[in-house]
Write a protein that binds this ligand. Structure first.
Ligand code: SAM
Length: 237
């Protein structure tokens, strides 16, 4: 089973409804804070259930929600299908978005599930969709030295503040014996050092900058902003 297939089912990643709600609320707050203007065209790529997408959509011109899992997309369509400011797309449908039209692309908590080859391919696609001043945000990137224990600690801290400590502890126990753990051991997660992600972004034609805060609750992980590099006009330096 690939990671993309894994996500096409109900997973034990969230310990319960409260965890899921708090998670998506945090992420939506962070996306709203990144919006450049009320006219912004935005893509949330690998969006998951995006429970607060309407909140984001109210503050921008259009929000594209793209996810690789048909089950996730069905739920998005059910929840947001009537909202004219939201379009749900499969990754294969990104050509519905005009080239050079997006002001913000957010990719939160996805890179760990992508092979290097897939990430390179996606960087080229995202690059083509960004407007000249647009920003690509790659968030929740896992550095090499971050262990599952660090992740568990960050979750428990969120759970303590959010009042779902007991269900988080049970959830961690469930995850330890779950398919997630098995696939994590078999396929692994992609980790990146700062210089690796910066080199990848530069190779793909972006100017990278690490942001101070990671999106969401886990500050052991990294968020990068990437803007389009100026076109090389061939002049000698
Ligand atoms: C960990 S969840 C993150 C969801 C959301 N971005 C968030 O911040 O909570 C990863 C999501 O990426 C989707 N996904 C996995 N591989 C993908 C791919 N190659 N293209 C698009 N979506 C993908 C999965 O279906 C899943 O919903």
């Amino acid at each position: 089973m690939s990671w993309r297939e894994y996500w096409n089912q109900d997973t034990p990643i969230y310990s319960g409804e409260r965890h899921k709600l708090l998670h998506y609320r945090l992420v939506s707050n962070d996306i709203v804070a990144l919006l450049p203007s009320a006219n912004a065209q935005v893509l949330d790529y690998g969006c998951g259930e995006a429970l607060f997408a309407e909140r984001v959509a109210r503050q921008c011109s259009h929000l594209y929600l793209c996810d690789g899992a048909p089950l996730v997309r069905d739920r998005l369509v059910e929840r947001f299908g009537a909202n004219g400011r939201i379009t749900v797309l499969a990754p294969e449908q990104l050509d519905h978005i005009e080239d050079g039209s997006l002001d913000l692309i957010v990719v939160n908590s996805l890179l760990q599930y992508l092979s290097l080859e897939d990430l390179r391919g996606l960087l080229a696609i995202w690059r083509g969709k960004l407007s000249p001043d647009g920003r690509l945000i790659l968030a929740d990137i896992i550095p090499h030295d971050v262990s599952p224990i660090t992740d568990a600690r960050a979750l428990l801290s969120l759970a303590w503040q959010g009042g779902f400590l007991k269900s988080a502890l049970l959830g961690l126990g469930r995850t330890a014996f779950s398919e997630y753990r098995k696939i994590r051991e078999e396929i692994g997660l992609s980790h990146y050092a700062e210089d690796e992600i910066e080199e990848l972004l530069r190779d793909a034609g972006f100017v990278p900058r690490r942001l101070e805060r990671n999106m969401g609750h886990n500050q052991a992980r990294m968020t990068y902003e990437a803007r389009l590099a100026a076109p090389d006009n061939g002049d000698p330096v």
